[in-house]
Design a protein around this ligand. Structure first.
Ligand code: CDP
Length: 236
């Protein structure tokens, strides 16, 4: 066996493409860690909103991190536990207010550098599935497997509406679709680390495909990679 079995499966894609559901299911089926990088951007956004700071001011956003501590830990059952000054973060990270403001914070280059650093530290010596917007392009360009998920905008908005309803946030389909399209635009046109398909990524359209079908497609890719490279780390 290899001494340090690190393995990175990168999954990028726009909101509602099925990233987090697929990434979590894939990580569970392989018995490895799932890193939701959106939650890191959401945590910092929650903090600045809580402090009454505008996420558009990079200096103030950075000052907020000087004065407060964000703590990241991985539990024994492979869950990422996020704390701010000792307070454990949960569903508040997915509130509509945080969701709307994250892209404003995520455009800042220093913010992205710091969060990229957190992600790389979490990856050391670890097997993981990691999802986000810039994973295969910037954070882990050498990832073992790179996936880019897409889906029809109507279906993405429908999925997001259902997710919001499950969390008790009521909204209309047209509002959800408009917000999603706006967020996609900011995420894919920003100058630093825009959302785009990484070199070597496998693009999977999840429209009308269930989670199991998508996960099975990725598992086949991992098997093929194992055959090509004979890496012990890919034995599952
Ligand atoms: O779950 P959903 O795709 O809606 O969002 P998320 O993955 O939680 O990400 C929320 C926001 O964080 C995105 O709209 C991006 O603005 C930002 N983000 C980013 O810039 N880079 C990442 N690797 C992950 C998230």
């Amino acid at each position: 066996m290899e001494d340090h079995c690190s393995l990175t499966i990168a999954i990028d894609g726009p909101a509602g493409s099925g990233k987090s559901t697929v990434a979590r299911a894939l990580a569970d089926s392989l018995g490895i860690f799932y890193l939701d990088t959106g939650s890191l951007y959401r945590t910092w956004t929650w903090l600045v909103l809580h402090l009454g700071i505008s996420p558009t001011s990079e200096d103030q956003v950075l000052d907020a991190l000087q004065a407060h501590s964000i703590d990241l830990q991985i539990s024994r059952d492979r869950e990422l536990i996020i704390g701010i000054d000792g307070r454990r973060m949960g569903p508040e990270l997915r509130s509509p207010e945080v969701t709307t403001c994250v892209p404003q914070l995520a455009v800042h280059s220093r913010v992205r550098e710091i969060i990229t650093d957190w992600q790389r530290q979490l990856a050391v010596g670890r097997k993981m599935v990691v999802d986000g917007r810039d994973i295969g392009t910037v954070v882990f360009p050498e990832a073992d497997v790179k996936i880019f998920l897409t889906a029809d905008v109507h279906e993405r908005a429908e999925r997001r509406l259902q997710e919001m309803n499950r969390h008790g946030h009521m909204s209309s389909f047209s509002e959800v679709k408009k917000a999603l399209v706006e967020r996609d635009l900011v995420d894919s046109t920003r100058s630093i680390s825009p959302l785009r398909v990484a070199d070597g990524a496998i693009v999977i359209d999840t429209t009308n495909r269930d989670v199991k079908t998508v996960v099975d497609t990725i598992l086949i890719e991992i098997k093929m990679l194992r055959k090509r490279t004979a890496r012990d780390c890919l034995d599952f």
